[in-house]
Design a protein around this ligand. Structure first.
Ligand SMILES: NC(=O)c1ccc[n+]([C@@H]2O[C@H](COP(=O)([O-])OP(=O)(O)OC[C@H]3O[C@@H](n4cnc5c(N)ncnc54)[C@H](O)[C@@H]3O)[C@@H](O)[C@H]2O)c1
Length: 434
């Protein structure tokens, strides 16, 4: 199939590249000239395992990059919209980019096309895109608007896209949905064809539910700290129940990234606008915020006054295996620690290039040991595998004091104590009364 993908970010670039790898001819379009110029030279602008190889295999053969919307649209039968939909001032979903993409498509179409929304958009966006096309597109050209929300996770985006647990396609006409389904047939994954609005809702309802699961276990963790239970054991015990499961169930600093915080806030706002103000969702966000505050209190308790103290920061990205810093806990915690007068030495396996632009006043180090040099405490913000493999004996000779405040519960408290570390996790039964 001939496909255009409008928006070449985490979703658009991975989607476009994987579609090309499945044998389609794909043109990725973006308004960001620098990004497109780099991609044309083979420079991949994001860190995503396996993506570089796929782009290399398909570039200039089945995968093309351009800023020329007209050319990309006219050469394609299916046009995916994968632009960013950030949060507005009050948490509402900012649909400016989707509307701009729809307008540009309307001005470019010359024959029947299927326009597929992959961006996470408020329920009813399919109808708005349809209206834009009717208003601005040529009168004698027909089209279908389809919703195909994306469920990939950064850090495993390629695998998620090629082995999805489900594919959701919402459409007004079944023939259009079936045409889109053809792209996914080689993946042998369940495909749910539904109406447009239900497809749009499935994405929000799923993300908000996952965020709720995290905030729930964080509240349980906070109570574990008060009563002396260990949340890791509690979670393990709960997750044998198949109704609960073990996935996406780790307590700690909370969820971050470009999706969960914005999608929970977005759904809460959609609720308000439609006369259903959610009771649960604002609390999901409030708990998530509180986890950072709690972590700072743990640091203060472990180290005392932060003024002039050297602290090691392990992990900057919002989660492992990505360089994405959007809504990462480090964005809240680093300024707060600096404001209290701490001196920070940071290490992250891939996110330091992005972090350097955001934080100038911290020392960036080449490895976790260098970051720990002379530190009063090590603060773990991202659970990179690399941190699980550090040599604790070597680490102990590097730090000033063997203190770890672990925002991701990477280690076992007992084992850390045996190795001579003062270890503070999140909900590990310290009976700390904050
Ligand atoms: N990142 C994720 O893990 C993820 C997962 C599932 C769904 N989503 C959703 O997918 C959408 C895209 O997210 P992302 O993380 O890829 O965003 P991103 O910011 O990484 O990329 C968006 C791209 O769209 C481009 N763009 C903006 N307006 C444009 C326009 N009018 N024409 C052409 N290009 C335009 C931007 O320049 C940017 O390159 C969002 O709605 C997001 O909620 C994201």
């Amino acid at each position: 199939m001939r496909i255009a993908v409008v928006g070449t970010g985490y979703v658009g670039l991975v989607t476009g590249s994987c579609f090309a790898d499945l044998g389609n001819v794909v043109t990725c379009v973006d308004v960001d000239r620098k990004k497109i110029a780099e991609l044309k030279k083979g420079i991949v602008p994001i860190f995503e395992p396996g993506l570089g190889e796929i782009i290399k295999r398909n570039r200039n053969h089945r995968l093309f990059f351009t800023t020329d919307m007209v050319k990309a649209v006219q050469a394609s039968d299916l046009i995916f919209i994968a632009v960013n939909t950030p949060s507005g001032k009050n948490g509402e979903v900012d649909i400016t980019n989707v509307k701009a993409a729809a307008k540009a498509i309307a001005k470019s179409i010359n024959r029947y096309k299927i326009i597929i929304n992959k961006s996470t958009v408020p329920i009813g966006m399919g109808d708005i895109v349809t209206q834009i096309l009717i208003k601005l597109g040529p009168k004698d050209v027909s089209f279908d608007v389809v919703s195909n929300p994306e469920f990939l996770r950064e850090g495993s985006a390629v695998t998620d896209l090629l082995r999805p647990e489900r594919i959701v396609i919402g459409a007004t006409r079944r023939s259009a949905a079936q045409k889109v389904a053809e792209i996914y047939k080689p993946l042998n994954s369940p495909i749910l064809i539904t109406d447009l609005k239900s497809a749009e809702m499935i994405k929000y309802a799923s993300n908000a539910f996952l965020a709720l699961k995290i905030s729930y276990i964080n509240e349980i963790a906070n109570l574990c700290d008060k009563v002396g239970a260990d949340v890791v054991q509690v979670t393990k015990g709960m997750s044998y129940d198949s109704r609960i499961g073990s996935q996406f169930f780790n307590s700690g600093l909370g969820f971050g990234g470009s999706c969960f915080p914005k999608d929970v806030a977005g759904l809460a706002q959609i609720g308000k606008e439609n006369g259903y103000p959610f009771r649960l969702l604002p609390e999901v966000l409030a708990v998530n915020q509180y986890q950072k505050k709690l972590f700072l209190e743990k640091v203060r308790k472990a180290v005392g006054s932060l003024k002039g103290k050297t602290l090691a920061i392990w992990g900057l990205s919002f989660k492992p295996n990505t360089d994405d810093m959007r809504q990462a806990p480090s964005l809240t915690l680093i300024p707060a620690l600096l404001a209290k007068g701490a001196k920070l030495r940071a290490y992250d396996p891939v996110a330091m290039a992005k972090a350097r632009v955001l934080f100038k006043k911290i020392k960036y180090c080449r490895n976790p040991y260098e970051a720990a040099m002379g530190a009063e405490a090590i603060l773990i913000l991202t659970e990179w595998n690399e941190f699980k493999q550090v040599d604790l004996q070597v680490l102990k000779t590097t730090v000033k004091h063997p203190v770890i405040v672990d925002g991701r519960n990477m280690y076992e408290p007992q084992e850390m104590a045996e190795k001579g570390f003062v270890y503070h996790g999140m909900g590990r039964g310290e009976v700390a009364h904050f």
